[in-house]
Design a protein around this ligand. Structure first.
Ligand code: DLL
Length: 433
């Protein structure tokens, strides 16, 4: 079985990668300057021209693009090629404002599919595999992205899309799917549903899962691996930069390799915009090096994470990103304290709960209220009030130790929190209403 999809690129010496990036960056800056008046104006305002960018070390001279720019330029303002050369769009869910639309030429889609194919091969996939894709198909990039990758690898692709759990289980068991692609929260739900139907991990034909599109903890990974009897791999991406496969995990599972031949990455201080040394936690910023239709330069993702260039035992040389800790705009400030939902998830899972929880925040008399509502597992479910009180206290103490603030804990019955088929909704912030 092949270990890599494109070994010569995935394992290229660093100097070769750097030379490739330098050349692509020069070309891309010129392409954008000539074809995207919106960005050219931003460059002019900063006093930069394409002549100032001769290598990746000049990257810091370029202006940032933010989500606000994408909304201002909606829908065609950042398109860099004639519409007749575009073959598809995808779009973000737009829960916090106007949707963002990303455009693709056929070459852009081929490049993206190759990135997703690298991820599938890194998870042990090959032509003999049956790859069930339970990410949503449509405007969301999850379904289409992994579908493209699965075709490139030559797997039998089962495009179930999201939802309809009975049908998912039927295809999974009848076709003996070996690789499952979906959000981690849906993988956990499928695992739970299979268990309820009496399937044990050894009855399930899956060997690997490729899960992403939302933050998930190491504890959640272990939980999913146990219920489904698989190895679970993380995959990262975003619509603005292409979709799933911007970065992916290898068998070493020590961070996700960023496809550096296509995407240049930096971490910056989210407050000052200053570039940070590698290894320091900051906001991820991506520059797309060779996309034709929607080539974003220095796009601020708002995802908070760290990068490492320590050699990886898998042999790949591309830089790795840690699991994103959350988005700077997901970070909650509760009673003045910064809280990431992922920290709460870690505490819950360390206390034996599954990832079925909600964080509910409100404000009473100018003070924030903070409630963590979590389902008891069927094993711990009881009507013994003393036992429930003890559990509640243990959880409250652990959360206080992790976050420094106290939460009200509500332990609720198994299956009482609505499951999600795509990205899970974990935070209900009533202060914004
Ligand atoms: O979620 C693309 C995708 C699809 C990735 C399927 C992986 C698998 P968007 O809907 O544009 O695109 O959302 C992008 O989701 O900026 C992160 O905040 C978050 N995200 C994506 N992957 C991960 C991950 C797709 N593995 C936004 N871990 C990103 C944590 C993730 N957060």
């Amino acid at each position: 079985m092949a270990k890599y999809f494109q070994e010569e690129i995935e394992c290229a010496p660093r100097e070769r990668i750097r030379a490739m990036q330098d050349e692509k960056l020069r070309k891309q800056v010129r392409h954008v300057w000539e074809n995207v008046p919106y960005y050219r104006k931003k460059m002019e305002e900063k006093g930069v021209t394409p002549e100032d960018i001769s290598s990746t070390s000049d990257l810091h001279k370029l202006p940032f693009l933010s989500k606000a720019d994408l909304r201002n330029a909606y829908p065609y303002g950042l398109l860099a090629c004639p519409l007749k050369d575009c073959v598809r769009i995808h779009s973000t869910s737009g829960t916090t404002g106007k949707r963002v639309i990303a455009f693709y030429t056929q070459a852009d889609i081929d490049m993206w599919s190759e990135c997703a194919a690298r991820a599938i091969v890194a998870a042990g996939g090959g032509p003999e595999d049956v790859c069930q894709i339970s990410y949503g198909y449509g405007l969301f990039t999850g379904g289409a992205g992994l579908d493209g990758g699965s075709h490139k690898v030559g797997c039998l692709t089962v495009p179930t899309s999201s939802g309809n759990t009975d049908r998912q289980i039927m295809f999974l068991m009848d076709l003996k799917a070996t690789i499952l692609c979906c959000t981690p929260s849906y993988a956990a739900y499928l695992g739970e549903s299979l268990k309820e139907r009496g399937y044990k991990p050894e009855d399930i034909p899956l060997k690997a899962g490729i899960f992403g599109a939302e933050p998930w903890s190491e504890e959640m990974r272990r939980d999913i691996e146990q219920t489904l009897g698989i190895k679970a791999y993380d995959i990262y991406g975003l619509t603005e930069i292409s979709g799933p496969g911007v970065a992916f995990e290898c068998s070493a599972q020590q961070g996700m390799h960023i496809n550096e031949d296509h995407f240049l990455v930096e971490t910056i201080d989210p407050d000052t915009g200053e570039t940070l040394p590698e290894g320091t936690q900051g906001e991820l910023v991506f520059t797309s090096l060779d996309k034709a239709a929607f080539p974003l330069l220095r796009y601020r993702t708002r995802d908070i994470c760290t990068l490492t260039r320590e050699p990886c035992s898998c042999g790949r040389t591309h830089v790795r990103m840690a699991k994103p800790k959350g988005r700077s705009d997901d970070m909650l400030i509760i009673r003045g304290v910064n809280v990431f939902p992922s920290q709460i998830e870690t505490v819950l899972m360390n206390n034996g709960y599954a990832a079925n929880y909600q964080i509910i925040i409100g404000r009473v008399n100018n003070t924030d209220t903070f409630e963590v509502k979590v389902e008891m597992t069927p094993d711990m479910f009881t009507d013994n009030v003393g036992e429930i009180d003890e559990r509640r206290k243990a959880l409250s103490d652990d959360l206080k130790a992790m976050l420094g603030i106290k939460a009200r804990i509500s332990l609720v019955a198994p299956k009482s929190i609505t499951r999600s088929e795509g990205k899970a909704v974990r935070v209900i912030d009533n202060r914004k209403l």
